[in-house]
Design a protein around this ligand. Structure first.
Ligand SMILES: *Cc1c(COP(=O)(O)O)cnc(C)c1O
Length: 375
């Protein structure tokens, strides 16, 4: 896979010999006699060679036929939801990334789309939800934010396909370094590229990868062009630059997180540590089957006490920065219920850590010191 990145990024500029692709800021393309040049570019709300570089790499990494880059993760999510017709049915987890769920609830009401939420740990509930009425789309996320419950992609794909529904998987937390959802039977993969793919907390972007060119995929493309949710060429170029080191960053973050999760599992100030790499995690066996190259950098800590105690920990770290988001080189800590607001289903005592690529001992020392203060 690392070689795939190197190959997909292999570039030599014909004019100069430069080994890094240029940025194409042009919004429009000369078409003498009304004829586009090879590549078919005409106007950058539809397409642009710099988006094309990112999309090529994303398609190669996830093993899909085509990819599309968007101006944010949620713009990409929206493009998928936009393809649903009035009266259609979607199935999604009860706890999931709150922004996607908020959007789903909103369009469901506005467009008369029905949504059934299921408990992530229960394939039975997923099957019942899919069978309850003709389902068009099953949207899952794995591991799930911020409980890191794991959904079996292969089993979900089978259930969706038996009902002629499409399976889309939000793999933001398990990028193609470790999980290639299309290989496990998914039809569409979504990444908030803001997170691991870019990895430097300096670009907001989204990516969709499709297993095949379907009618729905063509419609998603049309939605991007008509709604204008394209990423700028400079941001696309930065994203491409970030993606070149995805493997190294993810590997290091996974090693750090595994070390921290193990070391903190028996800390007396904690009720539990949620991390798919721990044998104690309910989804560990499935995670082992579908997270092939590390369990990632996301850990949740359930602090003894409540919101008060959790916030005190988040407020007293030195290296972990108190901030939302994830997948960057720097470690972050947040009191998740506060971030999600009053409708959140996240436990009040949950702290979400995004473990970065710093020195593991330094990170462990920092969080341990903050937890020890509660004792
Ligand atoms: C951040 C995130 C999103 C939304 O992506 P944006 O780039 O912020 O629009 C969706 N799903 C998950 C799991 C995320 O972490």
């Amino acid at each position: 896979m690392e070689s795939l990145v190197a190959q997909a990024c292999h570039y030599i500029d014909q004019a100069t010999g430069g080994i890094v692709p240029p940025i194409h800021p042009s919004t429009t393309y000369a078409q003498p006699g009304g004829q586009a040049r090879p590549g078919g570019y005409s106007y950058s709300r539809a397409d642009n060679p710099t988006y094309g570089q990112v999309e090529h790499l994303a398609a190669v990494l996830d093993g899909g036929e085509e990819a599309l880059v968007f101006s944010s993760g949620l713009a990409a999510v929206n493009a998928v939801f936009e393809t649903l017709n009035m009266g259609e049915h979607i199935v999604a987890p009860r706890v999931m990334y709150h922004g996607t769920q908020d959007w789903l609830r909103r369009i469901a009401v506005k467009r008369n789309i029905s949504v059934t939420f299921f408990e992530a740990a229960s394939l039975d509930m997923l099957e019942k939800a899919i069978a309850s009425t003709q389902t068009a789309l099953v949207w899952i996320e794995t591991p799930i934010n911020p409980t890191w419950e794991v959904i079996d992609i292969r089993a979900a794909a089978e259930l969706a396909h038996n009902a002629n529904a499409v399976l889309a998987v939000d793999c933001t937390v398990a990028p193609p370094v470790t999980t290639r959802a299309l290989d496990h039977g998914a039809d569409l993969v979504f990444h908030s590229a803001t997170k691991y793919l870019n990895g430097h907390s300096d670009v907001i972007a989204g990516i969709l990868v499709s297993k095949d060119r379907t009618e729905r995929w063509d419609e998603i493309k049309l939605v991007r062009t008509l709604s204008g949710g394209v990423l700028g060429p400079f941001e696309s170029w930065l994203l491409l630059r970030g993606m070149r080191t995805l493997f190294l960053r993810f590997e290091r973050a996974s090693q750090n997180a595994m070390g921290l999760a193990r070391a903190l599992e028996n800390h007396p100030a904690l009720e539990a540590v949620r991390y798919p790499g721990l044998e104690s995690h309910p989804g560990h066996e499935i995670a082992k089957r579908q997270m092939l190259n590390g369990f990632g950098g996301m850990i949740s800590l359930l602090v003894k006490g409540g919101a008060e105690e959790a916030k005190r920990v988040a407020g007293s770290t030195a290296l972990f920065v108190p901030a939302t988001s994830l997948g960057g080189v720097e470690s972050l800590i947040e009191h998740r219920a506060s971030v999600e607001g009053p409708h959140s289903r996240v436990p009040e005592n949950l702290l979400r850590l995004s473990v970065g690529i710093e020195n593991q001992d330094d990170l462990l020392g920092d969080i341990t010191l903050a937890l020890d203060r509660l004792l």
